[in-house]
Write a protein that binds this ligand. Structure first.
Ligand SMILES: Nc1ncnc2c1ncn2[C@@H]1O[C@H](COP(=O)(O)OP(=O)(O)O)[C@@H](O)[C@H]1O
Ligand SMILES: [Mg+2]
Length: 265
């Protein structure tokens, strides 16, 4: 589904990502980990279409990813903005309006009714059926992320991008969100890319875990080299208790893995 060939991203003289080659099949759940500032969000934004590719190819079904967001790709950030004066349901419906190119955000007539039916179904899917009429300020952090997920799924995207979506939530709430994401991934047959700084979350949720890290570093020119995907590990529904054993048995290089992530913790 996604083919990446010699992908580079730089801002001026700063190389963020360099020479990435990788493929992703439809239906995979990729979790991305790596030190802060190594380019994970940049990578997600290139998939979304809000960041341009500097060099190389980023293909979706063999064609370059369009350089603007589309209904086939939805994203959830750790913090996101909603309209405070609109109810939860109205916020979801408004998203549909903004997805339409050149549209002011307001839908009328049949389009509005269609968007409303879809929004009500999604609110139920994410566990917010009771919260249609609540305003954003009345929602808990977990409920807000549920709302963000409903917005990202409107328009039936094939690809769901999650950028540390649960980083600000309490552990108990996170566990509920994990179940929700796994359910939606299966039911909507999504291909998911999720950035996390929680290695356990990455091992548990993903079918595949990528570690972003720099393969070479010049101490005199810290921006000269970018990160690449240094580990591509098959994972999935691995619980915390099992993680240590797997690290010991299967990935003897876990020390490197820990080091790559240590600046996150
Ligand atoms: N619009 C931009 N202009 C210049 N530099 C940027 C821009 N966006 C990100 N960067 C830089 O790119 C690097 C990677 O950032 P980011 O993708 O946010 O990292 P991560 O998500 O892994 O923490 C950082 O050094 C950051 O300062
Ligand atoms: Mg980031």
């Amino acid at each position: 589904m996604i083919t990446i060939k010699n992908l580079w991203k730089q801002y001026g003289d700063t190389v963020v990502l360099e020479g990435i080659n990788i493929e992703v099949k439809e239906g995979e759940f990729v979790t991305l980990v790596g030190a802060s500032g190594c380019g994970k969000s940049t990578f997600l934004n290139m998939l979304l279409g809000t960041e341009a590719v500097s060099k190389g190819e980023l293909l979706l079904d063999g064609k370059p990813i369009p350089s603007e967001p589309g209904a086939d790709r939805g994203i959830v950030f750790q913090q996101y903005s909603v309209f405070p004066h609109m109810t939860a349901l109205e916020n979801v419906i408004a998203t549909r309006g903004f997805q339409r190119k050149g549209f002011s955000g307001y839908l009328f007539g049949k389009k509005y009714r269609q968007a409303k039916v879809e929004a009500i179904e999604l609110m139920e899917q994410v566990g917010l059926a009771h919260a249609h009429d609540k305003y954003p300020s009345e929602l808990s952090g977990g409920m807000r992320q549920r709302l963000a997920i409903a917005q990202a799924l409107l328009g039936k995207p094939r690809i769901l991008l999650l950028d540390e979506p649960f980083g600000a939530l309490d552990p108990g709430i996170r566990a509920d969100m994990h179940q929700l994401v796994l359910k939606l991934w299966r039911e909507y047959e999504l291909t998911v890319f999720m950035v996390t700084h929680d290695l356990h979350e990455g091992f548990f949720l993903g079918t595949r875990l990528w570690v972003f890290d720099k393969m070479r570093v010049d101490p005199h020119a810290p921006n000269a080299y970018g990160a690449n995907i240094t580990y591509d590990l098959p994972v999935g529904e691995i619980h915390t208790g099992e993680l240590e054993k797997i690290e010991n048995d299967v990935y003897p290089s876990k020390v490197d893995l820990r080091q790559a992530l240590s600046s996150q913790q």
